[in-house]
Ligand binder design. Structure first.
Ligand code: PLP
Length: 237
């Protein structure tokens, strides 16, 4: 097994090289360590290696894992959020990358108002139009931006997308480029800043960084193949 610290250096090198090609500063890009299905020991090791933001895709799994890990990380929800789990999600996560409907945004605002949480949110956009992917179709995004700007308890800071898997990541470059173009367009239409672009995973982060990613969500490249997640036993009475 290679040391996580060495792998991390290599990944940072790839990010730096992609930034150089694109005329960006590597400081603009932050790694979100995706620890889904991994245990708390992986979080602890990654924390020691210097990762400060962790991404999980399931509320229930995170509810078990976060208290077992280490205090300090900033936890982000990167997977689809059901409205009946918003309350639990706001207890666990500072940031939700995957706001993918107006009704979900409204529920987050309602619960945040009630509980005093002030989540940061991104809107997940289905740029590629794949039916199987979560995310808002681009033509529905403006009304959700409007609603987010009127909401007093959430802060909209950017956009997220997931590219379809393609053997050659160059194939999905247009997906990342389009998310950046939409961002620029909505920034000027609404007169707001949307500085965060959450895009790029193990397979395609180099291309995503070249196209403007500020948060890359990395699991496999850092932590290896994912074990199958086993639901944890309930704590003993
Ligand atoms: C699992 C997951 C990732 C990380 O995927 P890798 O290919 O292992 O890097 C990133 N984003 C989301 C939304 C995920 O669910």
């Amino acid at each position: 097994m290679r040391e996580l610290a060495d792998i991390l250096e290599e990944v940072k090198g790839t990010i730096a090289e992609a930034c150089r090609k694109a005329g960006r500063s590597p400081d603009e890009v932050t790694i979100v360590g995706v620890t889904k299905t991994h245990g708390p020991e992986v979080v602890r090791e990654a924390w020691e290696a210097g990762i400060r933001i962790f991404g999980e895709n399931k509320v229930q799994e995170a509810a078990w894992k976060i208290p077992e890990s280490v205090s300090g990380p900033d936890w982000h929800l990167i997977g689809h959020l059901q409205r009946n789990k918003v309350r639990a999600a706001l207890e666990l996560f500072s940031t939700i990358h995957s706001v993918d409907s107006l009704r979900l945004l409204e529920q987050i605002e309602r619960v945040a108002e009630e509980t005093g949480h002030r989540p940061e949110i991104l809107l997940e956009v289905n740029v590629s139009g794949e039916a199987s992917k979560d995310g808002l179709p681009p033509d529905q995004v403006p009304e959700v931006i409007e609603a987010a700007l009127n909401a007093r308890n959430v802060t909209l800071t950017g956009l997220m997308t997931m590219a379809p898997f393609a053997p050659d990541p160059e194939t999905v470059r247009p997906v990342f480029a389009r998310l950046r173009e939409y961002r620029d367009k909505w920034e000027s239409e609404f007169g707001i800043g949307l500085p965060r672009l959450s895009m790029g995973m193990t397979h395609d982060y180099r291309v995503a960084v070249e196209e403007g990613a500020t948060w890359v969500r990395l699991g496999t490249v850092l932590f290896g193949e994912r074990p199958k997640w086993k639901p944890q036993p309930l704590p003993e009475e």
